[in-house]
Design a protein around this ligand. Structure first.
Ligand SMILES: NC(=O)c1ccc[n+]([C@@H]2O[C@H](COP(=O)([O-])OP(=O)(O)OC[C@H]3O[C@@H](n4cnc5c(N)ncnc54)[C@H](OP(=O)(O)O)[C@@H]3O)[C@@H](O)[C@H]2O)c1
Length: 257
């Protein structure tokens, strides 16, 4: 796809992976609609990208973790055709489920699953009508197995991976590309917000961006970022789930209070 002059709607663009997707699409000449809660961070990024790449950037400060968030965002975007949708906003919590805050759990499921699904539903039909478009849904290596200590997060990312792969199959034969991106531990604000300390080294965000564009050019349904993560995702299907969960628990399950 030629991204020049296309409009990319990117959620979670105020930091981390979403911010680098914004830079990458701007560098390819795409105009941007950037969404997150932190208006100041979005404005600073918009100013940088307008100046550096001469693209148009609109910012929308919105909480995407409420049941009507998708609808609200679509209304704010209005009639601008969205050629590229990057469903990136998401968060996790590293807590035993018995200690999870119920409101946080609801927000996590709504943001990671419901808003992503609502936005896909809102923009896919018009993409199919134009026979052109790209949807990138950010899943995780957590999608490949249950993760004790991050039970809700891993389950939401399993949904994202399964949903996106199924849609990929539905759109074959059209000009629309749909891709689930599964990063492993990556150097962003994610682990601080989750309250987790990663036991592995953190990959640079640029790895996620590079794997995304390589996978899009091959029309893959999903991509795992990094050779070691790919081996682990594949390996998790070959051993009993109890053994896989033991390893995941050793990395993420907090001690009982
Ligand atoms: N970093 C990793 O190791 C890793 C690994 C696998 C998958 N992922 C996934 O990658 C995606 C991006 O995360 P990241 O690593 O870049 O973490 P991050 O630096 O914490 O970025 C998360 C982004 O999502 C936005 N966001 C969070 N809650 C939101 C809400 N309620 N409404 C609107 N926007 C919200 C944040 O913006 P505001 O705070 O301004 O709202 C921020 O822009 C997530 O889906 C995450 O699950 C990350």
């Amino acid at each position: 796809m030629n991204y020049h002059g296309k409009t990319a709607l990117i959620t979670g663009a105020s930091s981390g992976i979403g911010l680098e997707y914004a830079r990458a699409f701007a560098a390819k000449g795409s105009n941007l609609i950037l969404v997150a809660r932190r208006a100041d961070a979005l404005s600073a990024l918009a100013a940088e990208l307008k100046k550096t790449y001469g693209v148009t950037v609109t910012t929308i400060a919105l909480d995407l973790s409420k049941s009507d968030s998708g609808q609200k965002l679509v209304a704010k975007v209005g009639t601008t055709p969205v050629d590229i949708l990057v469903n990136n906003a998401g968060f996790g919590t590293n807590v035993r489920f018995e200690n999870e805050n119920r409101d946080t759990v609801r927000d996590e499921i709504t943001l990671n699953i419901a808003t992503l699904t609502d936005l896909t539903a809102a923009y896919l039909p018009a993409m199919l009508g134009r026979n052109s478009g790209v949807i990138i849904n950010v899943a995780s290596t957590a999608a490949f197995q249950p993760v004790p200590g991050m039970a809700v997060y891993a389950a939401t990312k399993s949904y994202v991976l399964s949903f996106t792969r199924a849609l990929w199959a539905e759109v074959q034969g059209t000009g629309v590309r749909i891709l689930a991106v599964c990063p492993g531990a990556t150097d962003t604000e994610f682990f601080r917000i989750a309250g987790a300390s990663p036991s592995t080294s953190l990959a640079p965000v640029s790895d996620v961006i590079d794997h995304t564009f390589a996978a899009l050019s091959k029309n893959l349904p999903s991509v795992v970022v990094g050779g070691r993560n790919r081996a682990m995702a594949f390996g998790s299907r070959l051993v009993p789930v109890t053994a896989v969960m033991k390893v995941a628990a050793s990395m993420f399950l907090p001690p009982k209070r």
